[in-house]
Write a protein that binds this ligand. Sequence first.
Ligand SMILES: [Fe+2]
Ligand SMILES: [Fe+2]
Length: 178
Amino acid sequence: MDFFEQRLPTTQHLLQSANLARKSGASEEVVLACLLHDLGGGLVRAEHGYWGAQLIEPYVSEKIAFAVRHHQPLRFFPDPAYDYEYPKAYFQTFGVDYVPPPHVIATYKKIRAHKWYEEARLITCNDLYSFDTEVVISIDEFRDLIGRHFRQPEEGLGFDHSPVAHMWRTFINPDAPL
Ligand SMILES: [Fe+2]
Ligand SMILES: [Fe+2]
């Protein structure tokens, strides 16, 4: 909750994505995955899905971490079964002739055949057009859901000696001296 309120530059985008997912009847795990999907962007810009998944991996189900990690490559690949189209905004961001690099295409093929493909795909479905400046959603609306699906360490994130504690400490204080 503190990270949402104090450290994340994309708070409303995440809250609105989660809200859309919830309204569409998605499972609680998918709603939480949507809520956390761009968390990595608060730490680094490149490869944000992978960084975000690593940050949450010790504290959420494998399925949620899988979905967060793989929404990143999935964004580039349409899926009519989910009414997911290639985002028009990407023509500007990546260029009209953009073709994802071979490692991204290879990852996509693997995810496509995975049992949790749907969870990752649903993040992309609730992602792109979810930012509406007229709508303001509060993190409080997800407090109970976070409580049910996020294992908060007693010592607090960054201080529990988990393999990713240093990443949370960097999140807390990105300008700390070496
Ligand atoms: Fe993303
Ligand atoms: Fe996003």
